[in-house]
Design a protein around this ligand. Structure first.
Ligand code: ATP
Length: 309
């Protein structure tokens, strides 16, 4: 049961900026996954990214229900300014990490620190402004394509919206539509493909330009060629700005260049290192890699995803 004062306060300026848009409250809630039990302390301070965005999980335990632990004593550091990948079997808790970091939920025990500040001690607004996510399934507003990108930065001029769409390799598609950036997403309905939706989500994130970036299966609906081209663009932006980025992906080829690969199994770290370290080690990652590479050479068969093993 939501009290009006809570979400308005919670969503602050975002809600005010969107006041007249077509977005209804229910969409807004599902989009933000507002959990009203999450509160900031009265003396909360804005998050200060003094170290450039280092993320630490310290002995974190978490379950959506008390009888089913999802993260088990998870301790891991995501170094500032690096490209990091999180892989592991389906259901091992990869997306849950992101939800805890964003404080959609709080850990049952342990701590999550960003640049040594506990996420529970900083203002929710500063926390969520510092983090940008391309989620598995991007919600689009019943509004124009331009607005859907601009949601990443409501004050952005059109030139910035177009620049973000170009880097996300979707500008040429939008330009080919008769109404261009004014095309209503709802009206095109089914005509926005999964891959286009993902690229709109990437555009939105690039426009927001947050210090910490998360890509949760962000390119899974793209063909290999488009995915590679988009990843090249994303990589060059990340390198140029030295941003902390975390990629969750099943297709290991998309993340094998990450500076650190964290392999999760049953809610804790099974192994971690670079692609080469993990292949040399001959553990879970190397098994998954071999299985996917075999299929890559023989594309006649269904692709194996991590977790089907
Ligand atoms: P995938 O690779 O399939 O996306 P994942 O590793 O990202 O999986 P999570 O989405 O973090 O896994 O989910 C971990 C476990 O928690 C799964 O078993 C999932 O069913 C369960 N789970 C996720 N969200 C909820 C929720 N809101 N309530 C209850 N259980 C949940």
């Amino acid at each position: 049961v939501f009290q009006l004062s809570v979400p308005l306060n919670f969503l602050g300026s975002v809600y005010r900026e969107l006041r007249q848009s077509l977005l209804d409250m229910e969409t807004l809630f599902s989009l933000q996954k507002v959990n009203v039990s999450i509160k900031e302390p009265a003396d909360a301070k804005p998050l200060q990214l003094v170290k450039g965005g280092e993320i630490k999980f310290e002995n974190v335990n978490f379950g959506y229900h008390s009888d089913r632990p999802i993260l088990r004593d998870l301790t891991v550091t995501i170094p500032a300014g690096k490209k990091v990948a999180v892989v592991g079997p389906s259901g091992c808790g990869k997306s849950t990490l992101l939800r805890l970091l964003f404080r959609y939920y709080d850990a049952d025990s342990g701590r999550i620190l960003i640049d040594d500040q506990d996420v529970r001690d900083v203002t929710l607004d500063s926390l969520r402004r510092s983090i940008g996510v391309v989620p598995q399934d991007t919600p689009l507003f019943n509004d124009t394509v331009g607005h859907n990108i601009r949601y990443g930065d409501l004050a952005a001029p059109e030139s910035k919206v177009i620049a973000a769409a170009k880097r996300a390799r979707v500008h040429h598609i939008i330009s080919s539509w008769p109404a261009g950036y004014e095309t209503k997403v709802g009206e095109r309905g089914m005509m926005i493909s999964g891959g286009e939706k993902q690229r709109l989500a990437v555009s939105r994130l690039l426009l927001k330009d947050p210090p910490l970036l998360f890509f949760d299966e962000a390119t899974s609906a793209l063909d290999t060629h488009t995915e590679q081209a988009l990843m090249q663009n994303i990589n060059s932006i990340l390198r140029e700005k030295a941003r902390t980025s975390v990629f969750v992906a099943h297709r290991l080829r998309t993340i094998c260049d990450a500076e650190l690969i964290i392999v999760l199994k049953e809610g804790s770290v099974a192994e971690m290192g670079s692609h080469k370290d993990l292949i040399d080690r001959g553990g879970l990652y190397s098994e998954l890699w071999s299985a996917q590479e075999t299929l890559f050479r023989d594309p006649g068969e269904k692709e194996v995803i991590v977790g089907d093993n």
